[in-house]
Design a protein around this ligand. Sequence first.
Ligand SMILES: [Zn+2]
Length: 195
Amino acid sequence: MGESDLMVLSTGDKIKTVRSHEQLAPKRLYWERRVARRARKAKQNGTTLTEAENYQRAKEQRARIYQKEKNQRQDRLHKLTTKLVRDFDVIVLEDLQTANLMKNHQLARSIAAQFWREIRSQLAYKCVKYGKELIVVNPYKTSQICSSCGFDDGKHALDIREWDCPNCHAHHDRDVNAAKNILSIGLGQTLVKPA
Ligand SMILES: [Zn+2]
C-alpha cells in the first residue's frame, strides 16, 4: 500500500491509486461552492436553510456527485479484488496498523486507510467465496530486508524508492521488495499453521 500506488504486488505489478475523485473534482468543487454561497444568501435574507429551495437543490446536486464518486471507487475496487482472488490462491496483505502509509501526511493517510479497509473486507469475503486464502501480516522490517538474500540493510527513508543490497547486490524497487517479503512472511505463517 502506498500513496501513488494503491497496491504493489510481489509479482512487480503496480496498481495506481484510484483517482476517480479527481475526475469529478471540478464538478464537486462547483457544487460545494454553490452550496456555501446559497447558504450565505439564505442567511442574509433571513430564510432558514430548509426553506431555501436554491440551497436545497444545490445540496442535492452535491450529494449526487459524492455518490457518483463513491460508486466509481467501489466499482474500481471490486474489479481489482475480484481479479486478485481469481488470479491467486493465497493472498498476503500487510496489516494497515503498522504499514508505511501511516507515515504519510494526514489526508493521503485517511484516504489510503479507507481504501485499505474496503480492499481487505472485499478480499476477505471473496476469498471465502472462491475458496482462496487471505493472510494478513505485520510488515515489520519488510522495507529494509533484501528479499533475495535476507540481508537487513537498516531503515530506508520513505523517499528512497530503489536500493541495492550491499550483500548480494540485487537491485530493488522498494515496494516490490517489501511485497516479496510480505508474501514470504505470510507463506511462512501458513506453513507453521497446525493442519
Ligand atoms: Zn541481498
